[in-house]
Design a protein around this ligand. Structure first.
Ligand SMILES: Cc1ncc(COP(=O)(O)O)c(C=O)c1O
Length: 385
């Protein structure tokens, strides 16, 4: 006998990487040396001081109990310091910051907080799959907005306005953009905030890549005048601080938005381990030199990644930001998914097919920089032989 599932469990699809990485693990278990340049899982270490704080705090007898729902003051203060230092944005650490167990869960909390069944959500036609999946899970209708390469993969605000109805509540935005690597610009953020004011929709900006291979000073959407009335920003330590497995992110927004999300979230989890919070607070004080060193390593991997894409005859832009390279397939390769499986099973190299970021990604692939240069070079050798 099988007890019937809720509609949402039948509708939701298992996350692509959850399925594909199981296939990768099977190959590895069978003794194959798989080079995984498919996922954005940083391979470098957090800073030493971060690890020391984790270890020291974990030794304290009082460290192991439940923590407060809205994070310890030290973490919220460190986030406020990081926002001021990195983006020039002043946040009240008491009322405008909500630590999250990774920014991915923030997508769910925001959706639960702001969306009723039947509401409409504008989602980029290429983007992090969770925006779409979670909107559907809460019964909202996903309306895709177009991103065109010739427009720098940025929204066309006129076209966006045409998509609005009286049920549109929320717009997902993410710059530097994953997967295309399009950078954030002040003009883009100003247009977004103007749009949200004009049409009374909530802008949810997802900002995990602002410190990775950024060509200009990193920007927060919250630095735009008037943003805090209509926007919330998610941010994450996964990529910028090499702490993906730690699950630390946060939401920054005006007090009423933070309070509303806390009401939902406090019914879902019960805070984060103190040692993780203390260590994250330490990491948020990593020096600019630490961040520059991390970027220098990614920069050093770029040439190897370009050579990999050249070996596949792909076309790609060289000014991409973030942890990945987004590349277009040549006409002679019939399908990205076919290519991904061919490379996985015949060359033991894993890359991501563009389709998982939206149908528009059909003729694209995404390659991650989270592998040592030598391994990317080895992947190129494998596809050339
Ligand atoms: C655009 C984007 N948003 C959010 C996330 C989730 O990050 P976190 O590890 O903080 O949950 C990712 C992770 O890959 C991402 O690419």
């Amino acid at each position: 006998m099988i007890i019937p599932l809720a509609h949402r469990a039948n509708q939701a699809q298992e996350y692509y990487f959850s399925i594909k990485l199981a296939e990768v693990r099977k190959l590895v278990a069978a003794g194959h040396d798989v080079i995984n340049i498919g996922i954005g899982n940083p391979d470098m270490m957090p800073s030493n001081t971060t690890l020391e704080t984790l270890a020291q705090t974990a030794q304290q007898p009082g460290a192991h109990g439940y923590q407060s729902y809205k994070g310890i003051p030290a973490l919220r203060q460190a986030i406020a310091h990081f926002y001021s230092h990195t983006y020039g944005v002043t946040l009240d650490s008491e009322t405008e910051i909500m630590p999250l167990i990774g920014s991915k869960e923030g997508i769910t909390h925001l959706s639960l907080t702001f969306l009723n069944e039947g509401d409409e959500v504008l989602v980029p036609e290429l983007g992090y799959p969770a925006y779409r999946a979670v909107s559907q899970m809460v019964g909202a209708n996903v309306v895709e907005y177009s991103l065109q390469e010739h427009q720098g993969w940025q929204p066309d605000w006129q076209q966006m306005a045409d998509l609005l109805t009286d049920r549109t509540r929320l717009v997902w935005l993410n710059y530097p953009h994953m997967p295309t690597g399009a950078p954030a610009t002040r003009e883009l953020f100003e247009s977004a905030v103007r749009f949200a004011h004009d049409h009374s929709v909530l802008l949810c900006h997802d900002n995990p890549y602002s410190l990775i291979l950024n060509k200009k000073a990193p920007i927060s959407l919250l630095s735009v005048d008037g943003a805090n009335e209509v926007a919330v920003e998610l941010n994450s330590m996964s990529k910028s601080h090499n702490m993906a497995g730690w699950r630390v992110g946060w939401m920054a927004a005006a007090k009423p938005y933070v309070d509303a999300v806390l009401t939902i979230k406090s019914n879902v989890d019960s805070g984060m381990f103190l040692a993780i919070q203390q260590a994250a607070a330490t990491a948020l004080h990593n020096t600019d030199a630490w961040h520059a060193e991390r970027n220098a390593v990614y920069q050093g991997r770029l040439e190897a990644a370009y050579a990999f894409l050249d070996a596949l005859d792909c076309a790609y832009a060289r000014d991409q930001e973030g942890l990945f390279l987004w590349a277009k397939l040549p006409d002679h390769i019939p399908s990205a998914e076919g290519l991904v499986d061919d490379l996985l099973y015949n060359k033991h190299v894993f890359i991501a097919p563009g389709l998982i970021f939206g149908p528009k990604g059909n003729r694209y692939i995404r390659v991650s920089l989270c592998m040592p240069k030598e391994r990317i070079e080895q992947a190129t050798k494998r596809i050339l032989t």
